[in-house]
Design a protein around this ligand. Sequence first.
Ligand code: AR6
Length: 180
Amino acid sequence: MKKQFEDIQIELIQGDITKASVDAIINAANKELIGGGGVDGAIRRAGGPEVVKECDNIRATQGGCPTGSAVITTGGNLFAKHIIHTAGPIWEGGIKDEPTLLSSCYKESLFLAAKNEINSIAFPSISTGIYGYPIKKAAHVALKTIKELAESRHKIPTTIQFILFDDITYNNYVDVLTEL
Ligand code: AR6
């Protein structure tokens, strides 16, 4: 499914983000940048040792990537030239500022992409796997954040894909985008 907000094209695709043909993919990392399972494990395996090395350097020099912020590395062996790593919030029932932190992941990733002249990016569904954020709520935060940035004419990549792994996640994002 595709939808346009001002000059920003949003595409919802079901698949594996490590195969995306875009300038940069976003990784749903952890704040320590230590690597884990889920999409993080898949991206690190596909990207290879250069990606792991750059993450280790960032951890050594700046202590990691606080929840809601984003850092950039090479894409290593991926088609994508860059990986933007962002740490989403762990869902704790919605009382720990999770929506603001999740929105910040999308904003900071998009601003970092724009700063690096990146025009096309692909996001996974941040926080909705191991971190347990309810999918429909997370889809709403993700898509509304991008819609608002587009409407306020922020400089962000003009092609924004969401590459969603499973049927349930894909269908939830389609429902939310249809209504926005
Ligand atoms: N392509 C696209 N999406 C994927 C892929 C893939 N190859 N593999 C999994 N997903 P998760 P989180 C989906 O758990 O909730 C890690 O250990 C998955 O189905 O990867 O933000 C990190 O190191 C789900 O819809 O990320 C952190 O410690 C979505 O990606 C922690 O998990 C996100 O699930 C982050 O947890």
